[in-house]
Design a protein around this ligand. Structure first.
Ligand code: HEC
Ligand code: HEC
Ligand code: HEC
Ligand code: HEC
Ligand code: HEC
Ligand code: HEC
Ligand code: HEC
Ligand code: HEC
Ligand code: HEC
Ligand code: HEC
Length: 308
């Protein structure tokens, strides 16, 4: 991973100036946000670094767990630089509740995008590069609604528990995963992140591959053409017929056959008997797939009608 580390003050500076100019001087008593912004302006970082903080915080197991995880590494990242203050901001006169530090989560004095700017100061490349175009960013979801840093191993990075976090907010997709036909998400053999980038991506719905079908081809390579005889909607978009999150119909189909087929095909012009026999198609007709078995495309020279 490439890291571009910028001092936090620089990143928050534009926010700071705006907020200070408009509200810092005017408000009495000062809000926690005002105090934090003022501390940034003064750049009052502690000379003792983490040691100073730990004088008071070392009995908190949660705090100390930082050193079991990647952010506690003293060779790179926060602890190699401003240490605790790289994330929590300058200590100033903080000795407890008298003066706040930057805190994370819903109770924080900072809104989600300000909290996120702390993390983005070091994480803005690669997977996170589209964060500012993402719906998660726009809807004020914070990095720490998914991530934890004072832990040995961040639970969201564990594939066995990752879906639970997504599903805690996305209930309709969570429900769909338990329908009669679904990808193996309920059993955690597949993740929401098999198709989506949680940090946003350039495609529709934050899909990892910008073209919808390319996501499906990652695992269903047999459906990727080109075929001698293509079926137009398949080439266009798998989600015309399938609901990737789950369906009450077999094969993740949005609508059952033959209704699905009849949304686009009328029976006018369809041969009324099977060529070479006198068997009526009307009888067998409801099971379109009995004859048109190659619904995703055919490579047989005789496959124009997707039969072979
Ligand atoms: C990489 C950023 C980062 C660094 C570095 C960091 N913290 Fe935190 N800290 C957080 C986040 C995020 C939380 C919210 C809880 C969580 O996600 O783990 C937090 C929570 C806390 C809390 C509240 C804990 C509680 O009981 O709720 C304290 C106190 C704290 N940090 C102190 C420290 C101290 C002391 C250091 C340095 C030894 C430090 N932090 C280093 C990001 C950081
Ligand atoms: C003189 C003791 C003392 C020192 C030094 C100290 N803290 Fe605190 N800190 C406290 C107390 C007391 C609280 C409030 C109770 C608690 O949350 O543990 C607190 C709370 C916090 C919180 C939670 C804030 C919140 O709103 O939930 C964070 C984060 C924090 N300290 C970080 C730091 C960091 C980082 C340093 C070093 C730069 C530091 N503290 C130095 C005593 C101290
Ligand atoms: C001062 C720089 C810095 C800041 C600020 C920072 N990180 Fe990191 N982060 C790092 C470094 C360094 C690594 C380790 C990278 C590696 O090993 O490739 C890392 C790794 C991670 C990882 C991967 C963890 C793993 O186990 O592989 C996650 C997730 C992460 N950070 C989230 C956050 C979040 C959330 C915040 C804000 C609360 C944050 N970071 C703030 C420097 C930072
Ligand atoms: C909606 C949940 C969610 C949010 C919000 C979120 N992440 Fe992540 N993050 C994940 C998941 C899930 C992974 C693991 C990705 C995977 O398995 O494909 C991850 C992986 C990471 C990694 C390690 C992988 C890498 O890129 O090297 C970093 C660093 C990271 N996130 C930083 C951030 C930062 C910074 C923010 C806020 C700007 C953030 N994340 C917001 C869910 C989230
Ligand atoms: C804290 C709540 C929360 C969590 C946790 C969360 N999301 Fe979201 N997500 C939202 C909100 C809010 C939206 C915006 C609109 C909506 O409700 O769909 C959203 C939108 C999305 C979208 C649509 C994006 C678009 O551009 O159309 C996707 C995809 C998504 N989330 C995937 C995930 C995945 C994957 C995870 C787990 C790694 C996750 N979310 C975790 C709250 C959350
Ligand atoms: C097999 C791939 C795949 C998986 C796995 C997957 N999604 Fe999606 N998701 C999609 C596709 C494709 C779309 C776009 C749907 C469309 O345009 O019809 C989408 C759209 C979304 C949207 C935008 C709203 C919508 O329904 O159009 C959200 C939110 C979302 N997914 C959340 C999730 C969550 C949460 C999970 C895990 C429980 C998940 N997805 C698992 C493929 C997937
Ligand atoms: C990460 C791999 C992966 C991706 C990406 C993926 N699938 Fe799947 N798909 C699977 C697995 C695994 C199964 C279950 C196979 C089984 O149980 O026999 C499956 C099953 C299916 C089924 C049959 C469901 C059933 O009830 O039998 C359909 C239809 C399907 N996928 C469509 C899609 C579509 C459409 C996309 C793209 C939006 C997609 N898949 C993306 C792995 C994937
Ligand atoms: C015109 C509607 C339609 C479109 C578009 C479509 N499918 Fe299907 N798909 C079906 C039908 C119908 C079935 C059930 C086939 C059966 O029962 O023999 C099916 C079954 C499947 C299955 C499970 C059985 C198998 O053949 O492996 C997978 C996987 C699948 N489709 C993937 C895809 C992918 C990937 C795309 C996009 C490239 C796609 N489908 C586009 C109609 C469609
Ligand atoms: C979203 C619309 C749509 C759906 C749904 C759909 N098709 Fe098609 N189908 C088309 C289009 C468009 C063509 C190309 C027609 C052309 O080239 O004249 C086509 C072509 C065909 C052909 C080949 C006809 C020829 O003359 O080349 C067959 C057979 C066929 N579809 C059967 C089915 C069956 C069976 C289903 C249901 C499982 C189905 N289709 C669902 C749109 C659809
Ligand atoms: C008993 C077998 C059989 C069944 C069942 C069947 N078809 Fe056909 N279908 C054929 C044959 C044979 C052709 C003509 C092939 C040719 O002309 O080479 C054909 C042609 C088509 C064509 C090509 C254009 C046209 O209309 O002439 C479409 C589209 C089509 N069928 C859709 C459907 C749909 C939709 C269903 C279900 C409602 C269905 N078929 C059920 C055997 C069947």
């Amino acid at each position: 991973m490439k890291l571009k580390i910028r001092p936090l003050g620089v990143l928050l500076a534009p926010l700071m100036l705006g907020l200070c100019a408009s509200s810092y001087a005017a408000q009495t008593p000062k809000s926690d946000l005002d105090v934090l912004m003022h501390k940034f302006e003064q750049g009052k970082y502690s000379k003792k670094g983490a040691d100073g903080c730990l004088m008071c915080h070392k009995k908190n197991d949660k705090v100390m767990a930082l050193f079991d995880g990647v952010h506690g590494n003293t060779q790179q990242g926060p602890m190699a630089g401003l240490q605790c203050e790289a994330c929590h901001g300058p200590q100033g006169k903080h000795k407890g509740k008298n003066e706040p530090m930057i805190a994370f989560g819903d109770e924080s004095a900072l809104d989600a995008s300000m909290q996120n700017s702390v993390c983005l100061a070091c994480h803005q490349d690669g997977e996170q590069s589209q964060w500012h175009n993402s719906l998660h960013d726009m809807e004020e979801v914070s990095c720490v609604s998914c991530h934890e840093v004072h832990v040995a191993q961040d639970p969201i990075l564990d594939k066995r528990t990752q879906n639970d976090t997504c599903q805690s907010c996305h209930q309709s997709q969570a429900g769909a995963a338990h329908k009669r036909s679904a990808h193996p998400i309920a059993s955690d053999q597949m993740q929401c992140t098999s198709c989506h980038n949680p940090h946003g991506d350039i495609g529709n719905a934050a899909l990892k591959q910008p073209v919808l079908n390319d996501n499906c081809y990652q695992c269903h390579a047999d459906k990727r053409g080109p075929f001698l005889w293509e079926h137009a909607p398949v080439v266009e978009d798998c989600s015309i017929c399938h609901d990737a999150h789950g369906s009450v119909n077999d094969n993740l189909l949005k609508t059952r056959v033959p209704m699905l087929c009849k949304e686009c095909h009328s029976e006018d012009g369809h041969p009324s008997t099977i060529p070479g026999t006198n068997q009526s198609i009307q009888v067998a007709g409801q099971g379109c797939l009995n004859c048109h078995t190659q619904i995703h495309g055919s490579n047989s020279p005789k496959g124009r009608a997707l039969q072979f």
